[in-house]
Design a protein around this ligand. Structure first.
Ligand SMILES: Nc1nc2c(c(=O)[nH]1)N[C@H]1C(S)=C(S)[C@@H](COP(=O)(O)O)O[C@H]1N2
Ligand SMILES: [Mo]
Length: 164
């Protein structure tokens, strides 16, 4: 059985056919955003990417969207922003409408560490993602597995003491 295509993976939609996702976890200001709000509220960046899919080979897409960093900062993650070691403990878990999910570290998107321009897309190949939902864009990844589509939730929080 093949996995569903991006078009058939949809985030929860309201009666107006508008997908939204929630930013939650260890944040002072959790919020839920539609793709239209993501487009209007944050500076939009472009990324033209090629990634490899294990089942369908190389995929080439043009994305437009907000920086994941900017959106999560707006939710005020529970770290001291002046302390690099505090920021370096934080994880991000991104879930899609079909249950596919992935993790990132805060350090991947923070300029003091890897500073990768990871996006929450609002447009894919010129078409709005308002109905399908936002898609994670990881231009530095060689393969497509973390390009989560139909995003429903982004959780952020610190990893604890793993020896406890
Ligand atoms: N929600 C969700 N997103 C997903 C997947 C999935 O199964 N579910 N598959 C990933 C994989 S393996 C790849 S290669 C890309 C493919 O993106 P496309 O369907 O837009 O070509 O989507 C990624 N995003
Ligand atoms: Mo894939």
């Amino acid at each position: 059985m093949s996995r569903p295509s991006a078009a058939s993976r949809t985030a929860p939609t309201s009666s107006t056919g508008t997908a939204s996702f929630t930013v939650c976890g260890d944040v002072a200001e959790p919020f839920t955003l539609t793709v239209a709000e993501l487009r209007a509220g944050w500076q939009q960046h472009r990324a033209e990417v090629t990634f490899d899919c294990a089942t369908s080979g190389p995929q080439h897409h043009r994305f437009e969207g907000a920086l994941l960093y900017d959106v999560i900062r707006a939710a005020e993650p529970g770290f001291d922003p002046r302390r690099r070691k505090d920021r370096a403990r934080f994880l991000l878990a991104v879930s899609g409408g079909d249950g596919h999910h992935t993790v990132l570290s805060w350090a991947e998107i923070d300029q003091d560490f890897s500073g990768s321009p990871i996006l929450l897309a609002t447009r894919l190949d010129g078409h709005g993602l308002d109905t399908a939902g936002s898609q994670l864009v990881v231009p530095t990844d060689r393969c497509g597995a973390r390009y989560i589509s139909a995003i429903t939730t982004i959780w952020t929080g610190a990893c604890g003491d793993l020896t406890a």
